[in-house]
Design a protein around this ligand. Sequence first.
Ligand code: NAG
Ligand code: NAG
Ligand code: NAG
Ligand code: NAG
Ligand code: NAG
Ligand code: NAG
Ligand code: NAG
Ligand code: CU
Length: 658
Amino acid sequence: MFIAPVVVAGLLTAFVEAKTREYNWTVGWKEVDPDGLMKRQVVAINDEWPLPVVRAAKGDRVVFRVQNNLTDPVRNSSIHFHGLFQNGTNDMDGPIAVTQCPTVAGSEFVYNFTVDQPGTYWYHTHVTDLYPDGYRQMFLVEDEDAWFEDEVDGELAFSLTDWYHELTQVISETKFQTRYNPTGAEPVPNSLLFNDTIGPKYLVKPGKTYRLRIANTAALSSFYFYIAGHNVTIVEVDGVFTEPASAAGIYITPAQRYSVLFTVPHNAHESEAFQMAQIADADVYDVISPDLKLNQTAWLHTGEGAVFTEITHEDIYNSGLVDRDAVTLEDFDSSDIVVFDDFYLTPYDRQPLLPEPDREIVLDMDMGNLGDGKPYAFFAAEEWGDMQQSWTPAKVPTLYTVLDAPDDETALNATIYGSNTNTIVLNHLEVAQIVLNNADDGMHPFHIHGHNFQLILRGKEYEEPTRYDAESPDNLPLPEIPVKRDTVYVNGNSHFVIRFRADNPGVWLMHCHVDWHLTQGLALQFVEAPVQVRQNYKVHRTIPNSSWESCRLSGMPTRGNAAANTKDFFNLKGENRQYKYLPEGFTLKGYILMGVSVIMAFVGMGFLSWLALSDTKEDEALYFENISQEPVNPREIEREQFQQRSSESGTPLLADHA
Ligand SMILES: *[C@@H]1O[C@H](CO)[C@@H](O)[C@H](O)[C@H]1NC(C)=O
Ligand SMILES: *[C@@H]1O[C@H](CO)[C@@H](O)[C@H](O)[C@H]1NC(C)=O
Ligand SMILES: *[C@@H]1O[C@H](CO)[C@@H](O)[C@H](O)[C@H]1NC(C)=O
Ligand SMILES: *[C@@H]1O[C@H](CO)[C@@H](O)[C@H](O)[C@H]1NC(C)=O
Ligand SMILES: *[C@@H]1O[C@H](CO)[C@@H](O)[C@H](O)[C@H]1NC(C)=O
Ligand SMILES: *[C@@H]1O[C@H](CO)[C@@H](O)[C@H](O)[C@H]1NC(C)=O
Ligand SMILES: *[C@@H]1O[C@H](CO)[C@@H](O)[C@H](O)[C@H]1NC(C)=O
Ligand SMILES: [Cu+2]
């Protein structure tokens, strides 16, 4: 293999034998200022931030001894290795209350597993409200047998992210997840970072081909990415090698990864710069602060003498990614950018469409409120009685409940895993088809742990919520060789259909990878092949000591059902539940819709007697008191338009969340 000596970062190394790579990581706070605007605390590893990029070869064993020193402020820890299947090692997957207990400050957890998948991954903490504090980085796996290996002379790996100036938990508790934010407007970041910095410049050589590995590690933001004036060739999505696809630009949501090949022109000057554009999809922001730079430029260059100019709004308009007949320069924004649609990628292994599903799970998701007035996210499914449920973690990590159930039959019964854990039990090796209907008008990127899945249908964005209809004339024939990946977006008011085979026994979370939405409960969990999970942990694997120790130290029970009942697995008394629903017949949004303009009249007309209907009087009285004094809602205009639309069309009030 030829290696360009000039490549500064991430030289491809030829790995011969599988080895064990050991890491001693101390996780602690550090002050940094990556955007040059504000010094803030971030989660560092061994006092290093940006965090270390992990590099391994397919087949290697990796061992991470993770010491949690997050003491001021105190935080729990855990790490999820995003995209790695943890086949047989479910207890190493990371999510709290799903496969492990939190690693409390002052203690250690050991992650120890083999890496069998080549490609571009990332690791991030799976503790609520923490990864946007910088606790995430790329995890790169080499594969000498990758089909494009011989065409590549060098490699550059970088992350695209958004950045906040405050601690995630502080934002969540004081601004986001509060009753003063009933529509669930997501916190808008303060900056965009390109590989955790601003405007980096990477040296390249004329005539050489580079593999750019790109990972979106953002909390909220999706990005358009392109190299000005050049197409790139997509060769990997989320660890799945693809047939080469020429793309003028790509769209990358939180948690997605791409590898693209870029050949520096042979005739490039001695010092020439190629602009790389990172453009935020501004549709996901409710409020755009004038201080937020919505796009930034990084450069590939052939010499320091190059002229480094930033991409302008006009450049983007003229990039070839915008239909200039459809929109004027003045009116154009990121929503007018058209890039390669990942639906049309073909996996390199050409795995055909999985057979007709054994099992179809229809999920209806929406954003709304519970009786405490706070914004939540919901899934409803027939499997749990069609009630809207916001994922609420079990008292006992669900994997431990699988292992502790008195017999296989009990382990196969979803009841024992809790009423608000949104659990679906899958049978070993069945083909599962997930239909996800999004009644929210915003785009959401969904990730499933432990699997790649085939994306077999994705509806376009609709004006009004539109559920999947197998008979709809809008549906294309299903692809013969569908794209496979581990994170895929659903359009606003629309739907997607995905398929996977339940060939990885374990407990796996499926959730939106907008971190704010996960905090709101936009998650469900698959208990996949529990009988085979129990078998595996009887014969091949034991939960390591550091796992039990972290349960002991965090005070989390390890035995019994979701309520930690060890005597009667079907008795869930005392389990964790979501906050109670709003009083029947009302929705908080409905009130707010009426409320903002007429709230004073409303109060005058005996608002308090109305409240008598409610069984959450105190909470709501408080809530409405505050809202009537100060309508803090940043989406007033949107709401008003929505109200008008609803009253005109007579459609029921649906979430106006973006
Ligand atoms: C850590 O996790 C435990 C168990 O869930 C919880 O009781 C505790 O409050 C958490 N600590 C912090 C700082 O969040
Ligand atoms: C990692 O796991 C392997 C296989 O189970 C075991 O042999 C090894 O001792 C473990 N290493 C550590 C540091 O726990
Ligand atoms: C991106 O940042 C990481 C962490 O600092 C670094 O290891 C990597 O080399 C950077 N990428 C490039 C292309 O320089
Ligand atoms: C560049 O990519 C676009 C798709 O994004 C494609 O339509 C076009 O043909 C490509 N151009 C070249 C020169 O390959
Ligand atoms: C690019 O960023 C500038 C500065 O924030 C902004 O004015 C412009 O609208 C942005 N254009 C796009 C397409 O994002
Ligand atoms: C699960 O257990 C409950 C309570 O015993 C029972 O009503 C239900 O039928 C069981 N479900 C299945 C799928 O066996
Ligand atoms: C997990 O391992 C089993 C047995 O080796 C294999 O059949 C299955 O395909 C694997 N699942 C995944 C998701 O890799
Ligand atoms: Cu979401």
